[in-house]
Design a protein around this ligand. Structure first.
Ligand SMILES: [Mn+2]
Length: 406
């Protein structure tokens, strides 16, 4: 039996304002073709299907078209969990219809953990796998708010809640695991020691970054754990069978050189074979960093090669380059290059006013915006920490809120 693990598609996401539908489309046709070629039986999608809780119509069309193609390839089951970017109710809305196509969506938890456990059957109607489809667990799903508890208490209780949930799910799965069929766990979370890159678009879960779960929370009966959330493909704590497939597209320039992948798991009687399938690069992203001379030389070189790369250009020269944007525009005129971002740090630093025409909200983290606000109002250190804590709590609450639920 062949299982394919992917996650973090982030359909609909743009890169500094540049829409990426062509790439999403190319990836999804490549994936459908891979499923067909490899005769994949089960596809696992571990969360962050969409980039936002209210995806564009075009992003939705890509999703449904893919599901329809994938089910016609011979792939028997598709299991989808919600990630922290997905709206649980949005993902679940077509759930009943998709169920008829053997597409199982688990977007939130209910009172009964059995709802997350899918006993998948083969073409003859015999059980072939148990999938524990645990979605991203929202703080409000698993932790009761207690008055007067500290941030540390909250983190501890949250981690205990997540561990307890997996334990419960594991117990039920074990009971179902008759006749040596594999048990596969799913999850959308941050495991301790996980690797991220600056600019890879991984949004913090919960308040602060302390809530990283230990990989030992996964029940022993799991033969493979298909995780989502981290965009860099990786094994967890050296375990070959606990993995992040990573995002199929580089989400930011920080990942430009990263080889993207999906993971293939083959179960044959008692043996499990795990291998990676490289995802082709559908759009070259490139970073250019240096002084004016180096930037222009690299642009000329790319232009001569007729490159169609999308570029991030960072000026690091010692002198202030006020004409950087113009110079870059001239150097890339009549080429297929697209400049998506220009970072001109010396110029930004030199400008006394905090507004700079080259800087957009895309360049700032949510927290940076608030810090600028604190700066602008000369808020003292002590007050600052309290305000920042409250701000983080509000932002995290907003991100967890399912705004369009009704
Ligand atoms: Mn993600």
């Amino acid at each position: 039996m062949k299982v394919l693990h992917t996650s973090d598609w982030h359909l609909g996401r743009a890169l500094y304002g540049r829409k990426r539908y062509e790439e999403f489309e190319l990836f999804l046709s490549w994936l459908a073709e891979t499923i067909r070629r490899e005769s994949v039986d089960i596809l696992l999608l571990s969360g962050d299907v969409f980039d936002s809780s209210l995806p564009s119509n075009r992003a939705q069309e890509l999703y449904y078209r893919f599901l329809s193609t994938a089910t016609s390839t011979g792939c028997r089951h598709i299991v989808i969990i919600a990630g922290n970017h997905d709206s649980p109710t949005f993902l679940n809305a077509p759930g009943e219809l998709l169920k008829a196509l053997n597409i199982h969506v688990v977007s939130g938890i209910s009172d009964d953990p059995e709802d997350e456990i899918k006993l998948l059957k083969d073409a003859q109607g015999k059980p072939e796998a148990v999938v524990c489809a645990v979605p991203f667990l929202r703080d409000s799903d698993i932790r009761k708010v207690e008055t007067g508890e500290s941030v540390e208490d909250k983190q501890t209780r949250l981690l205990e809640g997540i561990a307890g949930h997996y334990e419960e799910v594991g117990k039920i799965a074990k009971k179902l695991q008759q006749a040596e069929i594999p048990v596969i766990g799913m999850g959308h979370l941050f495991t301790a020691g996980g690797k991220t890159l600056a600019d890879d678009g991984v949004r913090e879960l919960y308040v602060g970054s302390l809530a990283h779960v230990n990989s030992n929370i996964f029940p022993k009966c799991f033969n493979y754990v298909a995780l989502g959330h981290l965009h860099v493909p990786q094994q967890v704590a050296g375990n070959d069978y606990i993995r992040y497939s990573g995002s199929p597209l580089p989400i930011g320039f920080g990942e430009a050189e990263q080889q993207k992948q999906v993971v293939m798991i083959e179960f044959e009687q008692r043996e499990t074979r795990i291998s990676e399938i490289a995802v082709p690069c559908f759009q070259k992203l490139q970073r250019i960093k240096g002084d004016m001379e180096k930037i222009i030389a690299e642009l000329e070189m790319l232009k001569a090669k007729e490159s169609n790369a999308w570029l991030e250009i960072e000026y690091t020269g010692s002198r202030i380059a006020e004409n950087l944007r113009q110079a870059v525009e001239e150097a890339t005129a009549d080429s297929n290059l697209e400049v998506l971002r220009i970072i001109n740090k010396p110029l930004i630093d030199s400008v006394i006013s905090s507004s700079n025409e080259d800087e957009t909200l895309d360049d700032l983290e949510t927290e940076d915006v608030f810090i600028r606000c604190l700066d602008a109002h000369d808020i003292g250190q002590e007050e600052r920490e309290e305000l920042l804590k409250s701000y983080r709590e509000i932002v995290s609450g907003l991100q967890e809120e399912d705004i369009n639920a009704e």
